[in-house]
Design a protein around this ligand. Sequence first.
Ligand code: NDP
Ligand code: 1BO
Length: 322
Amino acid sequence: MAQATFTAEDQKIESFRLLSGHTIPAIGLGTWRAGSQADNSVKIAIVEGGYRHIDTAWEYGVQESVGRGVKAAIHAGVERRDLFITSKLWCTELSPERVRPALLNTLQQLQLEYLDLYLIHWPFRLADGASRPPKPGDVQEMDMEGVWREMEGLVKDKLVRDVGVCNFTLKKMNKLLGFTETMPSVCQMEMHPGWRNDKMLEACKQNGIHVTAYSPLGSQEGGRDLIHDETVDRIAKKLNKTPGQVLVKWAIQRGTSVIPKSNNPDRIKENIKVFGWELPQEDFQALCNIPDQKRVLHGEQLFVNKNAGPLRSVADVWDHED
Ligand code: NDP
Ligand code: 1BO
């Protein structure tokens, strides 16, 4: 259930309660492909936009820049304890002995003492220097239980407040839930009106696991241009909102937090102005009915080797559940 909180600019920002009892702000700034501008975008988002949630990952190569942006925001008067910073454990580090060093490296890059949320980025272990697409031997066996125990240890040692996963299937989630001592608080998945992924959202809700929707605008280069989708555009015009705001609001009304990426100061501020109004039910439903449901981030380049496997197709990546 969304709760109300207030930011420095007195804009009402909703948040969701996690299984741990902590809260996650409903909107965060995405930083994939933010490049060297990440520091400026993060600072603007927090100080001028009122964001309190930043999503990053070691794999994005921007953690040092994100850290500088966070530091600048703290210097401008925002308290660390009011921020929610997420990062992710990359696939090459998915063996038990590598988990803690990877997290410590991420904290060092971000110049932080703890993370609010640490996520397994993808549930596949890659060899160091794996190519894209992977060559034979690049996708390796993984000890998920051993990795999860290490994630739990990070929570016990207060290096991380919550742990979770990304890009899981029902099969992988059920397996994980069979041995967790600390539950995953969050499952981060691709979700937008072009890929609703209802069944994963429902399964997470049933287990009390909060979902964060990634690529909520349809992602970037090679993605799906939902900003110019005719249904999104019609609803935006009718409500006197922008397409970006309609897409972000749709995600929040589904009960997910959402992490749109932007490096443009105006769009950063635009994307968070989604409180104090609702999508009418008919418009919410029209967005749910957008046809041609398909993923943008299917993982083929990262994980599929058609000849050598072990993942020989995109369907293998998603356990044949789509
Ligand atoms: P988004 O769906 O957030 O779309 C970002 C694109 O939309 C950028 O090109 C941006 O350009 C543009 N944009 C932003 N706001 C607007 C607007 N209001 N109007 C028009 N265009 C706009 O894509 P991402 O794939 O980056 O997803 C968001 C975040 O989710 C990532 O940055 C990352 O943090 C996370 N993520 C996590 C994954 C995982 O595996 N866990 C996978 C993918 C993403 P500009 O910058 O010029 O504004
Ligand atoms: C390769 C990383 C995908 C975005 O999280």
